[in-house]
Design a protein around this ligand. Structure first.
Ligand SMILES: Nc1nc2c(c(=O)[nH]1)N[C@H]1C(S)=C(S)[C@@H](COP(=O)(O)O)O[C@H]1N2
Ligand SMILES: [Mo]
Length: 503
């Protein structure tokens, strides 16, 4: 065991050095080509939908960190095995490590928009990792037989230290370089030609525990298939509109900003959100109308029924063309709550289409819009069995009190938010205590039909255990669906109910 342990460590060290250098090479060229991320992304892609939903539910926004961590741990175990192989036969250990890198390279090439140049980081790792292992094996042999203070030992320690430093510097430098290439804070956004009215004061101060009327960028939920956040520089960014259009057009970021910008308050919702869940947020979006951009390419005679959007790494999202162009405020957004889009939320440009769940509308890090048909092209989620036509379901959520809260008898304020985008907004929210009558809640200010609405109801709570339920009715008269449904395949439904104890 004693004699084996160092070899396992050599395998790990050699791998970390190779990965560190590859990460740096990726940051200098294209961060998405980093082998760690490519392998992780491939794992995400190969993970069946139910497992992915489970991960999102278990770990929330940390699901990616957990995944990257598991991938890294798995890789390091294999690296340790390669090190053990090298104990008897160094070339065989180096070959095993090379095999590991080749798997990573396959993951990089497997990315939809991969080019040959994207293999550079994997190539760096393929050379650096095995070489590092051979170096360590040689130094180990040199150290064997010499005294604890001999030059052989010193060489081994120096080699190990140098490789450790390479891993650390490569990894860190990679991060720094990546964040220098894309800087949302340096983007100056023009003023909108069509500004949204001042957002009314919400119930934030009046109802403790209620969801803020506007979600701050830092608090906005994040759901995507990405492990890292794409690094896109506005200098390199372009948007291509192609497929069944009169003429293919390509816009630069400046071209887009030169078009008329509008500002809209829109509540975004994720199809993975369970009843009462957190994947919903309200923000003020600044962007160009989607139809203005499509008109540049000319879509009058198109036979397309699908607007297929592609992100900078080839991830695809489908949107029903008829809905995206039916007059609703579909935007190519560049701003969020008065700031350039944060990198997590799609910098520099994302789609926002009111009334459709994010997975069929809200493409972040947008790079291409293709007019096509559902028969011809299948987007990422469609291939995984999710619905293509997925309007956001009417929903109401109780924010306060929390489930299983212990309350004092007397005046309790029940409050929350409700949304009914593209259905005339929220007309009514009703609360029911223990199977009693449905009582109308008081609504907060109106932020527009595509924005959520806060609500509250004063409840004289009596001692005992109580069940609180909520339901909403949309402005077009449609009631919230009460039938229970899981998020898959087109969004959860059912009333949000919770139990509290009053003493
Ligand atoms: N490029 C890209 N865009 C994406 C996704 C993604 O995985 N990749 N996820 C979508 C989903 S499922 C949702 S709900 C919204 C979430 O947007 P947010 O993270 O800004 O809240 O982004 C959408 N846009
Ligand atoms: Mo989503």
């Amino acid at each position: 065991m004693r004699t084996r342990l160092p070899w396992a460590a050599y395998g790990v060290l050699a791998t970390l050095a190779g990965v560190g250098l590859a990460h740096l090479a990726a940051a200098l060229t294209d961060p998405a080509t980093s082998p760690v991320l490519a392998v992780g992304s491939a794992v995400v892609d190969l993970t069946p939908a139910p497992a992915k939903e489970w991960a999102i539910r278990q770990f929330g926004s940390a699901d990616k960190a957990v995944l990257v961590g598991s991938v890294l741990a798995g890789v390091l175990v294999l690296a340790a095995v390669a090190g053990l192989v090298a104990r008897r036969r160094p070339p065989a250990g180096a070959a095993a490590l090379l095999g590991l890198v080749l798997v990573a390279a396959a993951a990089v090439v497997g990315r939809p928009e991969a080019g040959v140049a994207d293999l550079l980081p994997a190539l760096v790792a393929a050379v650096a990792g095995p070489c590092a292992l051979l170096l360590l094996a040689r130094a180990h042999r040199g150290a064997a037989g010499t005294s604890a203070t001999g030059t052989g030992r010193r060489t081994l320690l120096l080699t190990a230290a140098a490789l450790g430093a390479t891993a650390a510097v490569g990894g860190l430098a990679g991060r720094v370089v990546a964040s220098l290439r894309a800087r949302p804070e340096e983007v100056a956004l023009p003023a909108p030609v069509d500004a949204a009215p001042a957002l009314p004061r919400g119930l934030d101060d009046q109802v403790p525990g209620i969801t803020p009327f506007r979600t701050a960028n830092a608090d906005f939920y994040r759901v995507d298939t990405r492990l890292d956040v794409p690094v896109v520089s506005t200098d390199d960014w372009t948007l291509t509109v192609d497929g069944d259009v009169a003429r293919k057009v390509t816009l630069t970021f400046d071209d887009l900003l030169a078009m008329p910008l509008v500002e809209r308050d829109i509540t975004l919702t994720c199809v993975s959100n369970s009843v009462g869940g957190p994947y919903v947020g309200g923000a003020r979006w600044l962007g160009v109308r989607l139809t203005d951009v499509l008109d540049l390419a000319g879509i009058a005679g198109t036979s397309a029924d699908q607007l297929l959007s592609t992100d900078v790494d080839g991830m695809t999202i489908s949107t029903p063309l008829a809905l995206a162009t039916d007059g609703r405020d579909a935007l190519l957004a560049v701003g969020m709550n008065g700031e350039p889009l944060p990198r997590e939320h799609g910098f520099p440009v994302r789609m926002v289409v009111p009334g459709l769940y994010g997975f069929v509308s809200a493409t972040k890090w947008l790079s291409r819009l293709t007019l096509t048909t559902y028969a011809e092209r299948e987007a990422y989620w469609t291939a995984r069995g999710w619905a293509t036509d997925a309007p956001i379901k009417i929903a109401a959520r109780i924010d306060t009190p929390r489930a299983l809260a212990q309350l004092a008898a007397g005046d309790v304020v029940v409050g929350g938010v409700a949304w009914a985008q593209e259905r005339g907004g929220i007309d009514k929210v009703q609360v029911r205590i223990d199977g009693g009558p449905w009582r109308d809640a008081q609504l907060g200010p109106d932020g527009g039909d595509d924005y959520w609405r806060q609500w509250f109801l004063r409840w004289p709570a009596t001692p005992g255990s109580h069940r609180i339920a909520v339901r909403a009715v949309a402005g077009n008269g449609e009631p919230q669906p009460a039938v229970r449904a899981e998020p898959f395949p087109d969004g959860a439904s059912g009333l949000h109910e919770l139990i509290v104890t009053v003493a």
